[in-house]
Design a protein around this ligand. Structure first.
Ligand code: MN
Length: 262
């Protein structure tokens, strides 16, 4: 009986040792991916903004040159968002605007004149004319380089009309954050020459009559999800924070000068 117990104990011990040995020899089940290869597959090469052209080469409206590369606003505005925004969304507004004005009196007018005299019931012109103007404007105020804060006459006007730059920034950020759904927030010069902040839904803008805010745009932010979803998902406030870092204040100053010129 004693021998049987010893034999049983020895067998159990042997089994445990074998089990440990097998564990030591186990190959990892999940193979380690090759990081470089994975990255290369996930990241398609960026296109060239200069290759983006309106469908109708003879159309009244053409895609405005971006003037910088898709990744030029990184990390604030990511290259993938810039590429789809410029080469797909903006191009589409341009193409649809050309179709909307073809053979109409608007075909010979500037985009500012078209929007200033717009019949809001003309949905094709309202959406695509607005989309064309708003984005053309947006690419300019969002260019790399330039002053990082307002200066000169613009800085003085901001202080005069809002109390301080911070007070203006808070008001503009709030307008952009609270615009429900798709739309834009704006800083405009109204007809009395005063700076005013407001927002518009969809592709409406302050040049259009009867949209709640009127004046000449000086600064604008696109708060459609297509403008930020790839990088910021649902976090619109994070995108708005990043937007402040990507503004070219020299361009904004030039727009202010033009808007206040007699
Ligand atoms: Mn957009």
């Amino acid at each position: 009986m004693k021998n049987v117990k010893i034999l049983a104990s020895a067998l159990i011990l042997a089994a445990i040792m074998q089990s440990c040995k097998e564990k030591d020899n186990l190959e990892p089940v999940v193979s380690t991916p090759e990081p470089e290869k994975e990255q290369a597959e996930a990241k398609a090469p960026l296109g060239n903004p200069d290759d983006v052209k309106a469908e109708d080469a003879a159309g009244k409206f053409q895609v405005a040159k971006l003037g910088y590369k898709y990744d030029a606003l990184e990390p604030n505005i990511d290259a993938a968002t810039m590429e789809v925004h410029y080469s797909k969304h903006y191009k589409k507004y341009t193409d649809e605007l050309n179709k909307a004005v073809k053979g109409t009196p608007q075909e010979t007018q500037s985009i500012e004149d078209i929007l200033g005299k717009l019949d809001l019931n003309n949905k094709a012109l309202r959406n695509n004319g607005g989309g064309y103007y708003n984005h053309t404007f947006f690419w300019e105020v969002l260019s790399p380089g330039g002053a990082k804060a307002p200066a000169g006459a613009l800085a003085e006007a901001i202080n005069k009309d809002f109390g301080s730059f911070d007070a203006f920034k808070t008001q503009f950020t709030e307008a952009a954050t609270k615009q429900f759904g798709s739309g834009w927030a704006w800083l405009v010069v109204d007809k009395s020459g005063k700076l005013v902040v407001g927002s518009t839904p969809n592709q409406d803008n302050p040049l259009m009559p009867g949209v709640g805010i009127a004046g000449k745009p000086v600064l604008g932010i696109d708060v459609w999800e297509h403008a930020y979803y790839l990088k910021y998902q649902n976090k619109r406030p994070d995108y708005i924070t990043a937007f402040w870092n990507a503004i070219n204040w020299d361009t904004v100053s030039k727009k202010y000068t033009a808007a206040t010129a007699k």
